[in-house]
Each structure stands twice: as C-alpha cells, then as structure tokens.
Design a protein around this ligand. Structure first.
Ligand code: ATP
Length: 414
C-alpha cells in the first residue's frame, strides 16, 4: 500500500485543539481518510504536558535520554525531540504532528525532516502547520482549513507551494504614548553579566558568560536546544535561585546588594506565548493592559481613572477598534500584540520576548514582527528576543550565541 502523508494548513482563527481531538477520534478527516481501527499517536505539547503530569503524579518516566532522566528536566526543544523518538518506537499506523518544528533548533529540524521523510514511507503522517515554509517535504496533499475549522481546499502539495505567501506591508506605525520611558532614562548598561556560570545537579549549563546589554539595543539570543537560553533568561529575570552569588549588575544594582526580586521584575516586560494560557477569564483588552501595571494575572481591584487613561492611550496606539473589545475575541496575532503592550505599559527598560512567534500563522507573524520592528526603531526600549526561527524582516542589532561545551555553554557576540 502506498501511503500519502497529508498536511493541514491552519490559520490562527481555527481551533487547533478541537481539530486535533477530532482527528484522533476519526471524525475530522473521515470524508478523506478512514483512520478507524488504525493506531494513531499525537506529537504535540499537549502530549508532553500529559507525560510530565504523569511524572509528577505517578512517578512514571517512560521518556528519557542519556542526558535527562525525565521529560520535566529537559529543555522545550529536547522534550519535543524525545517525544518524537518515543512515539516512533511505538510503531503507530499514523502520527499527528502538531507544529512539529516549533522550539526546535535548526540542526535538529534537519534531522527531524530526514527521520520523518523515511518514516513517511510506511507510516501515515498528518502534519498541522501554520507557516507555509514549515510544510514537510514528504507531504503529498494539503488541506486548507478556514476559521470555522472546515476544510475549504484540497491541493496537491506542489501546487500549494506555488501559491503566493503573504508578504510584510511594513505599514504599522506606532505612536507611543508620551513619556513611556521617562522613569528609566539614566540606567546604562541595563544588564552586565560577569563570568556567570550555572549548573543543575552535576550538569554544567552556562560556562563563564560575560554579556553587557546597553540601553536601546535590540538583541537576539540564539543557541541549540539545551544550550541554556531559558536558564540565562531566568537568571536575568530573577526567577532562578542559581542567580544568587553571581557577579551581575542588573539595572544599575549589583546582585546581592539588597535588591528585591520585585525591584528587578519592575524593570522587565516579559512575554512568552505560554503566558496567554494563564489568562482564561473573558477580560476586556483594557483590563488586560491595566493588569500589566500591577504585574498580575487578571485584575483584582477596581482600576483608577489614571490607570484607565494610561491603558486607553496604549490601546489607541494599537488601534481604536480594540476599545471595549474582549481579549478572547481577538485573533491570536492581535492577542500577542496586546500582551506585548501589557508588558510595555509599566515602562520597563527591558522587553524580553521568548519564542514569541510560535504558532502564529503567516499573516499574524508578519503583524507581530512589524510591531517589534516599530518598537526597536524607537530605540527607547531594549529588546531581548529569543528564537530559533529566522524571521525575514526582523532585524536585531546584535546576536548573542550560546555554544555548548563539556563545561557548559560559552557565549559569543556576532
Ligand atoms: N530543572 C532542571 N533540572 C535539570 N536540568 C535542567 C533543568 N532545567 C533545565 N535543565 C537542563 O539545562 C539545560 C539548558 O536548558 P534550557 O531550557 O536553558 O535550554 P534552552 O537553550 O532554553 O533550550 P530550548 O532551545 O530547547 O528551549 C538542558 O540540558 C536541560 O536539560
């Protein structure tokens, strides 16, 4: 039997989780392929989260590597790779791949492409993807899904590839509310790390990292999976106890000189896509932005008129159409723009964006990149951007690269 792998090209308006559920229960694709009585497995962060819950609750560790004895102790890219290896060993009839390349470094992406191309010879692959360039070469047929989760087009993959991809308009002009950077005009450098080394139990991760981040710079932090990018961010943000005792000057204060974790957090606007899952209440865009002034998830006290006024100015900067809208009613791309504004509203000198374009579709990622470029152009807020993806159109001033080694990763500026 010849097996033809298929791709589902989604936009952010479609309900991916519902589609995944319906594929596995043989409802979604039943007019096209019969999956009944076939053994199917799901490669997704949803599956990773379920395995990690099992590790915590039931002490079960079926997925491990020579380096990591549990999924929970792996970096996000390592988790996705380890899950894929594990699923392949289960010899399923088909695997549903949910945004398979996100969080994965470039070298691993290549090896995954090769592995899946071979696997596709005798296993059905069903790939869900948001970005056209993410389509696996072994995909033969592409189903385009609309905002109501309906399949609106079935095309040969070669024909699909030739369809024009949306290109950036670069039309976004942002008029930032006045004085948004007043409170931190004279702090420079913002971050100075002097020979910072970090290890987890007997496992060196960072090796003598020295890095200075000046006001107004736009940095991209890169490095392969497991090289320590998240660890380095958590040291700067103040979320990692291994930051204590390190030689660092953060926002003009030497680490250990009596600063509180909140002193540091006040200076940083932080956004990573996983944060959106914490905001389940149907809040207005205005309340979401005001909650950024308080560093809280949701709003627990009545906002003052001044706070409402500040939020309004920021909403108008994005678009008047966001006024009085509920956050949940926005597209994912719009939600992410609101989340960046939420991170900016307290006037942080430093904005950290951790894999911000994951799961954004072609259109929304362009919108998002336009916004980051507009913020960077102002040169008022320092940006630290972490991503494995080269986004055409995104132009960081400098790149800090972590290079893994036996004693942990070292860093170079390039
Ligand atoms: N809690 C932990 N216990 C043990 N090891 C850990 C823990 N957290 C991270 N590590 C290890 O530290 C290393 C660096 O992980 P980190 O998440 O910082 O990497 P990363 O560069 O962000 O990776 P990715 O690109 O996959 O997100 C990895 O090898 C990981 O296994």
């Amino acid at each position: 039997m010849t097996i033809h792998s298929i791709g589902l090209y989604l936009s952010n308006a479609s309900n991916k989780n519902l589609i995944l559920e319906q594929i596995i229960s043989n409802k979604y694709l039943k007019d096209h392929i019969n999956l009944e009585s076939l053994k199917g497995l799901l490669h997704s962060t949803l599956t990773i989260n379920r395995f990690i819950e099992d590790e915590i609750r039931h002490d079960k560790f079926p997925i491990y590597t020579s380096e990591n004895k549990s999924l929970g102790s792996m970096s996000s890219g390592q988790q996705k790779k380890a899950l894929l290896d594990y699923l392949i060993l289960q010899r399923p009839d088909y695997i549903v791949l949910d945004d398979v390349y996100s969080n994965i470094d470039k070298a691993t992406q290549e090896s995954i492409t090769n592995t899946l191309s071979q696997l596709a010879e005798n296993t059905l692959l069903i790939q869900l993807f948001f970005r056209k360039r993410d389509m696996l070469p072994c995909i033969k047929t592409v189903y385009t899904v609309d905002e109501n989760n309906a399949i609106i087009d079935v095309q040969d993959a070669e024909v699909f590839k030739t369809k024009q991809t949306i290109s950036s308009t670069n039309q976004l002009t942002l008029n930032f509310p006045q004085g948004y950077d007043e409170t931190h005009a004279d702090i420079n450098p913002l971050v100075q790390l002097n020979s910072v080394s970090v290890e987890y139990i007997e496992k060196p991760v960072l090796n003598k990292i020295s890095w200075t981040i000046q006001k107004g710079e736009f940095w991209q932090l890169v490095g392969p999976n497991g090289s320590g990018k998240s660890t380095l961010l958590s040291i700067i943000i103040g979320d990692n106890p291994r930051g204590y005792g390190q030689d660092m000057v953060l926002f003009g204060k030497k680490k250990g000189s009596g600063e509180s974790i909140w002193d540091i957090k006040r200076q940083i606007g932080y956004f990573t896509p996983a944060m959106i899952q914490q905001f389940t209440r149907d809040d207005t865009v205005e309340n979401m932005i005001i909650s950024g002034l308080m560093d809280s998830v949701g709003l627990y006290c009545k906002p003052t008129d001044i706070q409402k006024d500040i939020a309004k100015k920021w909403i108008l900067m994005l678009s008047a159409s966001y006024c009085n809208k509920s956050f949940q009613s926005l597209s994912i791309g719009q939600q992410r723009m609101v989340m960046v504004v939420r991170a900016l509203v307290k006037h942080p000198p430093l904005l950290i964006l951790d894999e911000p374009t994951i799961e954004l579709d072609d259109e929304n990622s362009l919108l998002f990149i336009d916004m980051i470029n507009a913020i960077a152009k102002e040169k008022k807020i320092t940006i630290l951007y972490v991503s494995h993806r080269d986004e055409p159109g995104l132009k960081p001033d400098m790149v800090y690269e972590l290079i893994p080694g036996k004693n942990g990763s070292t860093g170079i500026v390039r």
